[in-house]
Design a protein around this ligand. Sequence first.
Ligand code: SF4
Ligand code: SF4
Length: 317
Amino acid sequence: MVTPLPNVRGDFAACSGCSLCLLVCPVWRRTRDLRYTPHGRAKALQNGVPAGELKDSIDSCTLCGACEPVCPENIGLVDMTLNLRAQLPPSIPLQQKAAPAINTTPDYHGKRVLLVSRALREHDAALQKAIKLLDCVIADDDGFDIALNIEAGATLTEARRAAFLDPLRHAKQIIVADGLLCRTLQRWQPRANIISLGIALSRHASVRQHLKHSDLYVIEARAYHANVEGLVRYYDDLRFDTGCAMNLDLQRIAIPATARNLRQRLGIDTPDDDAQTRWLLQGRKVTRIVVEDAGDMAAFKAVGDLPVVHLAELAHD
Ligand code: SF4
Ligand code: SF4
């Protein structure tokens, strides 16, 4: 058995209580309740509160990762939440895919492989454009169960992890639509060529040239914050080249419209997408929304009449 993610940075014991994480946390903005923040969780743990008494707070985190780059103590705050979830009974019993038979293992040798998210599968026009543009094949095993198990703090079996990773081992590049899965794969296979779908598409000239100064470009938060040191410059250059607005200002630091917590993602609580989306749009003068994550499309369509397109759809045939 393997734990979901190792702690590679400081842990809750290092929290000084500076509250800087509150500035960027969407849960703090919504609740204004310190108990539902990294600050609150860390201080409770320092004072000996057991994880079981923090369950609501632990489940409320969207894992967007916005708090990590601002924490002066360099605490691995997403890992902290995941490790706390791992100490609790799962919110629902989660299933892991059975390992495929050996003779059905696909050969991705030298190929670019796309790990599709459920949301992207539901937007076939965007999916087909992405496949054509990136000259990639869709992975038979999308790892959706793995992403959900990690998010829920469930323990993955070695057999499931190996069955997922083995076919990808010889791929030329792995393009990942789900931000949490992208973050996890980059940890598991640090030498592999793994990038988010947003980066793969926005690098493409035929996509980039159709971004306009009046667009709001919505970055997928989880993959962004997993590698913010490497990507902040990338997105700055993209913004400079195209003039488009991005969800990169204070308290809207790459928070997607569909930043859902665990209970919302599992369908136990109702998502509050509308509030999140209206907050992202507040005060902006934009004429189109361009999203990296297909999961954000419905949320933006629900709150206004601005056209909403997936990044892949910007490329013309
Ligand atoms: S990961 Fe996001 S939602 Fe969770 S504590 Fe950090 S900023 Fe808040
Ligand atoms: S930013 Fe870091 S050190 Fe400061 S309160 Fe939040 S978790 Fe603690």
